[in-house]
Write a protein that binds this ligand. Structure first.
Ligand SMILES: [Zn+2]
Ligand SMILES: [Zn+2]
Length: 110
């Protein structure tokens, strides 16, 4: 899977909306509510970026993005379909279902 070492899809923080909004589901440190963007990279150079459609929580400690509805400490807000996200079987991170490969570890989601 050499391709995934030189390119791939990453999520990056676009704008922090609220600091320390909830707890990280992975490491329990505080996570920020952010707007994110997806960045397609090839050979470590961003070639395309587009904004994500939802707000996500981002943990600065372990650099994990996850939807607010996965956080036990998140304030009640809009109810989203939990099926919007699925989890990578390999690294257990939340990824979007339209992805064929995990953007974090590159393993197949099918
Ligand atoms: Zn974390
Ligand atoms: Zn993964």
């Amino acid at each position: 899977m050499f391709f995934f070492f030189v390119g791939g899809l990453e999520q990056q923080v676009r704008q922090v909306l609220k600091s320390d909004a909830a707890r990280c589901i992975a490491c329990s440190s505080m996570a920020d509510l952010v707007k994110y963007e997806k960045v397609l990279k090839a050979f470590f150079v961003p070639v395309w970026r587009w904004p994500g459609k939802d707000q996500l929580l981002h943990c600065n400690n372990c650099n994990l993005f996850f939807p607010p509805q996965l956080s036990p400490g998140s304030p009640p807000g809009r109810t989203a379909d939990p099926l919007d996200f699925l989890r990578c079987r390999h690294c257990k991170r939340a990824v979007e279902p339209e992805f064929s490969f995990c953007p974090f570890c590159g393993s197949s989601l099918n």
